[in-house]
Design a protein around this ligand. Structure first.
Ligand SMILES: [Fe+2]
Length: 244
């Protein structure tokens, strides 16, 4: 009996038994980590869904009669792929398009939906919305936030430097910002608003061609038109796994 106990005790201290114990401990730790990663992913997804729902609410507050956010994301990603943006940048581009106008929540409706020209003071408030969006998203973690900030802040910048909020030129603007600006511009002219009918497609195409090189990046506009990215619809067979 005593001999047997001695044997077990000896076994526990052999190098193999130690390795086995360490392996079991590592497996347990791995399981715990997997659960933590799963919980974190779920939390990030919930934040994302919440922000997306908020973005759609702001879109309607802004007078859009139908949400076009999903379509804009599809078009942006197609344009991003056409210039071979890495997958990590495509993810940021998606967020830049979705969340670019979150800051409009801080702009009064009387300014957002004013049919006529804004006063100087009203315009000053309106032009702060990209930075308000950045402030709202400043708490986002887990991604290269600088690129997202650039994208969001740049969605009303122009390649000729006459945009806002910083008056950056084409050289200073990232591809994410330039694509987001095209999406914003295109969406604004082809959307149905309570106080303005959408511009018909041929005229809208002419308009983006006219502003290519001054307002919008000329190369990206050319691709947008040549590849008929503007003609995408929500039911496009190429529907990219853009949601979530
Ligand atoms: Fe905007």
């Amino acid at each position: 009996m005593g001999h047997k106990i001695q044997g077990v005790s000896e076994m526990e201290h052999t190098p193999n038994a130690d390795k086995e114990h360490r392996l079991i401990a590592l497996e347990k730790e791995n399981e715990v980590l997997k659960k933590e990663v799963h919980a974190l992913r779920k939390e990030v997804q919930e934040y994302y869904n919440f922000a997306k729902s908020l973005a759609k609410t702001i879109e309607s507050k802004d007078g859009y009669l139908r949400s076009r956010l999903d379509l804009m994301v599809l078009q942006a990603l197609e344009l991003g792929r056409a210039i071979e943006l890495p997958e990590s940048d495509l993810l940021i581009l998606k967020k830049a398009v979705l969340f670019r106008d979150l800051g409009k929540i801080k702009v009064p409706d009387s300014i957002l939906n004013k049919p006529g020209k804004l006063t100087e003071e009203e315009s000053k408030i309106m032009k702060q919305h990209p930075q308000f969006s950045v402030e709202i998203l400043a708490e986002l973690k887990g991604e290269p936030i600088d690129k997202l900030i650039e994208g969001i802040e740049g969605h009303h910048e122009r390649v000729d430097g006459k945009g806002y909020p910083h008056g950056k030129t084409g050289r200073e603007l990232s591809p994410i910002a330039k694509i987001t600006a095209i999406m914003d511009f295109w969406n604004a002219i082809v959307s149905d608003r309570p106080y303005r009918k959408p511009i018909p497609l041929p005229e809208a195409l002419n308009l983006v061609k006219v502003v290519a090189g001054s307002h919008l990046d000329a190369d990206l506009v050319r691709i947008f038109i040549e590849k008929k990215i503007y003609a995408f619809s929500e039911t496009s067979p190429d529907s990219i796994s853009s949601s979530g």
